[in-house]
Design a protein around this ligand. Structure first.
Ligand code: PMP
Length: 451
């Protein structure tokens, strides 16, 4: 039997269909077989190591094989791995709900579990619609969303997302949504501040709300960073205006913090920076420190109460997933929250994000970099064909893929979004590792833009 990487690659390609992948690409670049992980490092079957600069799709917070989380997982496995959550309860699910509610701003007092990010978005959409229906507002059946947003791949979540690459193919299957231009500050006018741009863009949201308030259930946003849309960023003032306008027009606000939650933007939740409370808060990814699939939707007591009635009223939220509130996932989520408290992570990340900014400063002067932008622990570099006009590289050239390949050669897992290179590392990354990650990305950018 073959040993090393090739043996697993051959078996993989014989049976697997990888996510978000044109499988033919693997003829030129096979999948990287990983044997073990430790901290920010992944290791293949031949001992080669890769720094996980993207936290394995933005889920990992405290490193691979974290000893504290491992211990919590082992202990929970000895007690109870899973039990149906309809009609039954278990301590990890209750404790996690208590802790999430206590970490969220006052008002978000109810926690509903699902088992992945897209499902959490489906829950929030259905709950919002159903809340209005239970109040007799049956004309409210639509959702307002931002251009360039991403909320997942299931049909409801895909419909409220707006990244054409993922959405267009499936357009005939998707519900019709109201799309509003994004406050994305990459598109601000020369010399315009982020705030001025976001406020200018808010006029479109205000008019969408004014025209559609009667039929709109909710506005859904990714607070501060549109991640899958190329790590495009906007300031908190937009969320402040949005909260006020949603209240004025009687429309819910759904904060999809699946990617940006748990410290990525510099605060535990991104919307905190706007000092607002959404009506629904969707959490997943970092919720379990990158260990197990779990998601939660937090909402207000008043929304919960609109469903609370005699069974015969048919107002109940009859939504479920088999692994809802899985005990192992809840236990590792509790351990993840322990680490936030124990290690004062949010404060320590301020220094790390400064190191990231210093390490990436060199990109700003590169002739094919239009912008280096950062919000907390997310830093993105926008590659362009022409720096002055910001003309993008044609997507067919796949410049980002060249950076990815260079990263793999040099031992860094970067996974650019088109022509956007970004860093979203686990919080246990050291300063030296940050500099290594940035240096390798810089070399990759230089090579990918040579001609
Ligand atoms: N919302 C946002 C903002 C996301 O970034 C993602 C995943 N990248 C999702 C929802 C979907 O989560 P999942 O992949 O777990 O379904």
């Amino acid at each position: 039997m073959l040993r090393g990487n090739q043996a697993l690659i051959d078996r993989d390609l014989a049976v697997l269909w990888h996510p978000c992948t044109q499988m033919k690409d693997h003829e030129a670049l096979p999948p990287v077989p990983i044997r073990r992980g430790q901290g920010v490092w992944l290791e293949d079957f031949e001992g080669k190591r890769y720094l996980d600069a993207i936290s394995s799709w933005w889920v990992n917070l405290f490193g691979h094989a974290n000893p504290y989380i491992n211990a919590a997982l082992r202990a929970q496995a000895e007690e109870l791995e899973h039990v149906i959550l309809a009609g039954f309860a278990h301590e990890p699910a209750v404790r996690l709900a208590e802790r999430l509610v206590s970490l969220a701003p006052p008002g978000l007092s109810r926690c509903f579990y699902a088992d992945n990010g897209s499902s959490a978005v489906e829950v929030a959409l259905k709950m919002s619609y159903h809340h209005w229906r239970n109040l007799g507002r049956t004309r409210k059946t639509r959702f307002i969303t931002l251009e360039n947003s991403y909320h997942g791949e299931t049909l409801g979540a895909l419909a409220v997302g707006n990244v054409p690459l993922y959405k267009e193919t499936y357009a005939p299957l998707l519900m019709d949504v109201i799309s509003v231009p994004s406050p994305d500050c990459y598109h601000r006018a020369p010399g315009e501040s982020w705030d001025a741009h976001a406020l200018r863009r808010f006029a479109d949201m205000e008019s969408a709300l004014a025209s559609h308030a009667e039929e709109a259930c909710a506005v859904i946003v990714e607070p501060l960073v549109q991640c899958a849309g190329g790590m495009r960023m906007y300031p908190p003032v937009y969320l402040q205006r949005l909260r006020e306008a949603c209240d004025r027009h009687g429309v819910h606000l759904i904060a999809d913090e699946i990617a940006v939650g748990f410290g990525r933007t510099g605060t535990l939740f991104a919307f905190e920076q706007a000092g607002i409370t959404p009506d629904f808060l969707c959490l997943s990814k970092g919720l379990t420190g990158g260990y197990l699939p779990l998601s939660a939707v937090l909402t207000r007591e008043s929304i919960y109460q609109a469903f609370y009635d005699d069974y015969a009223s048919q107002k109940a939220f009859l939504h479920s997933h088999s692994y809802t509130g899985n005990a192992l996932a809840c236990a590792v989520a509790l351990a993840t929250l322990d680490l936030f408290e124990r290690d004062d992570v949010i404060a320590r990340n301020r220094d790390k994000s400064k190191t990231m900014s210093e390490a990436a400063a060199v990109f700003a002067d590169h002739p094919h970099v239009a912008e280096v932008r950062q919000t907390g622990m997310i830093l993105a570099i926008e590659l362009v064909k022409d720096k002055a006009s910001r003309e993008p590289y044609p997507w067919q050239e796949r410049r980002g893929l060249s950076v990815y390949r260079h990263g793999l050669d040099r031992g860094v897992l970067l996974r650019p979004l088109g022509n956007v290179i970004y860093f979203m590392p686990p919080y246990v990354i050291s300063d030296e590792e940050i500099r290594f990650m940035a240096d390798v990305a810089y070399e990759g950018v230089c090579r990918a833009t040579e001609d």
